[in-house]
Write a protein that binds this ligand. Structure first.
Ligand code: MN
Length: 356
C-alpha cells in the first residue's frame, strides 16, 4: 500500500509489479471468528440498514471493483440500502467508468454521516480514506483488504496478505453470505483481479487465482473487452506524450548498487502540451520498468510547482518500499511510491542516495 497522505499521489494502490508476498510477520488470512463476525454484522444491518461502502482515494481496479462487486451482490442478496464512495475527486479514469455498479456511487460529501454499517475495500490505512475515515467511528466497521501492511484500523478485519487482490477476499465473503455472483458482480471482481495480478503476470498469480478467474469467466463476461478497456486504450495524444517522455529516460547502470536505475519524468506542461489528463501517466512506469539493464525504475509525475508523485518499481534486487518509506511514502517491496519535493535532479539524487 502507499501510505502517502497526499491525495495527489496518482500511484494509488495499484501494484504494477506485484502486491507483494507474505512477510515474516504475516498474520495470515482472516480467522473463522473474523469471518463469522463479518457475516453477523452484515446480517445485523438488517433489511432496512444503510450500508456505506468505501474505498481508497484515487481508486484503482481492485479498490473500485471489490467495492462495487460487493455492493451489487449485497443489493441483490438483501434489502439493505447501499452507498459506495471514496474521498477526493469523483472523476474516474475512463478505464473504470464502464464498471457495473456506478449507480451505487455518491460523492464523499453526500455519503451518510450515520450509516448502520461501514465496509472498507483495499484500504491499508485509514489515512487513505481522507475525511471519510471519520465514518469508521459512527458504526460497526468491516475492513476488507489484502495489504500485509494493513494497520488494523476499524473493528472487524478480513485482511488476507496471501490474497492477490482484495476481490479474492470479497469472493470469500460473498460465498459465506450465500450471495450469488452474477455477470455484473463477476465483471467487477474480475477487473479487480486482473488489475492487481497485472493480467496474471505477477508473483501472486497462483492456481487459486486462475480458479477464481475461471469461476468469474463462467458467468459469461468478456475478458478481451475488459482487458482492452482497462489496459490497451489510450488517446493518441497520450501515445505521443509517452514517446516524448520515454525518449528523455535516463539509464544509470552504476546506480542502485550497480543493479541499474532507469528513470524519467513528466511535467504538468507535458500534459498540457498534449492536452492529456494526469491519469494517462499511470501506465508510464510499465513502459520504463521493462528496461533489462536496470533493476529499479522510477517515474516522476509533476503534481505541483516543485512537487512530484514518484512511482518506483524493482525486479527484486532493491526493496523500493524501504526507499519509499525513507522518503515519506510507502508501498510493497517491488512497487512503491512517495511524494518528492524540489527539482527533478534533487528528487533523483534523494533516491540515488537511498539505494547506494
Ligand atoms: Mn489491491
Amino acid at each position: 500500500m502507499i501510505s502517502v497522505p497526499s491525495p495527489a499521489n496518482p500511484l494509488a494502490e495499484r501494484a504494477s509489479s506485484t502486491p507483494g508476498g507474505p512477510t515474516e510477520q504475516d498474520p495470515g488470512g482472516p480467522t473463522e471468528q473474523e469471518w463469522s463476525a463479518a457475516v453477523a454484522a452484515i446480517r445485523a444491518a438488517g433489511p432496512t440498514g444503510r450500508v456505506l461502502l468505501m474505498c481508497h482515494v484515487l481508486p484503482d481496479g481492485d479498490a473500485l471493483g471489490s467495492m462495487l462487486g460487493f455492493g451489487l451482490a449485497l443489493r441483490r442478496g438483501s434489502e439493505a440500502r447501499i452507498q459506495a464512495t471514496f474521498p477526493g475527486t469523483t472523476d474516474l479514469p475512463p478505464s473504470l467508468r464502464e464498471m457495473p455498479g456506478q449507480e451505487l456511487l455518491v460523492p464523499a460529501d453526500r455519503a451518510w454521516t450515520d450509516p448502520d454499517l461501514v465496509l472498507c475495500f483495499d484500504v491499508a490505512s485509514d489515512s487513505r480514506l481522507g475525511p471519510l475515515a471519520g465514518r469508521l467511528a459512527t458504526a460497526p466497521s468491516i475492513v476488507v483488504d489484502h495489504h500485509a501492511s494493513n494497520t488494523r484500523f476499524g473493528q472487524i478485519h478480513l485482511v488476507d496478505p496471501h490474497a492477490a487482490a482484495t476481490s479474492v477476499v470479497v469472493e470469500g465473503l460473498l460465498d459465506r453470505l450465500g450471495f450469488g455472483v452474477d455477470q455484473q458482480v463477476a465483471e467487477c471482481l474480475y477487473i479487480a483481479l486482473v488489475t492487481d495480478t497485472g493480467s496474471f503476470r505477477f508473483d501472486m498469480t497462483t492456481p487459486a487465482v486462475h480458479q477464481m478467474a475461471a469461476r468469474l469467466l463462467a458467468t459469461g463476461i468478456r475478458p478481451a473487452d475488459i482487458s482492452r478497456r482497462l489496459f490497451d486504450s489510450r488517446p493518441f495524444g497520450a501515445v505521443q506524450l509517452f514517446g516524448e517522455v520515454l525518449r528523455r529516460a535516463v539509464l544509470e547502470p552504476d546506480s542502485a548498487g550497480g543493479r541499474g536505475l532507469v528513470w524519467t519524468y513528466a511535467t504538468l506542461a507535458d500534459l498540457e502540451r498534449y492536452d492529456q489528463q494526469p491519469y494517462v501517466l499511470e501506465a508510464l512506469i510499465d513502459s520504463v520498468r521493462c528496461t533489462i539493464e536496470a533493476d529499479m525504475a522510477c517515474v516522476l509525475k509533476q503534481v505541483g510547482e516543485t512537487s512530484w508523485a514518484v512511482s518506483m518499481r524493482s525486479k527484486g534486487g532493491v526493496d523500493v518500499s524501504r526507499v519509499a518509506t525513507a522518503l515519506g511514502g510507502g508501498g510493497h517491496r517491488l512497487a512503491a511510491g512517495f511524494t518528492g519535493q524540489g527539482e527533478v535532479s534533487e528528487v533523483i539524487a534523494a533516491i540515488r542516495a537511498e539505494v547506494r
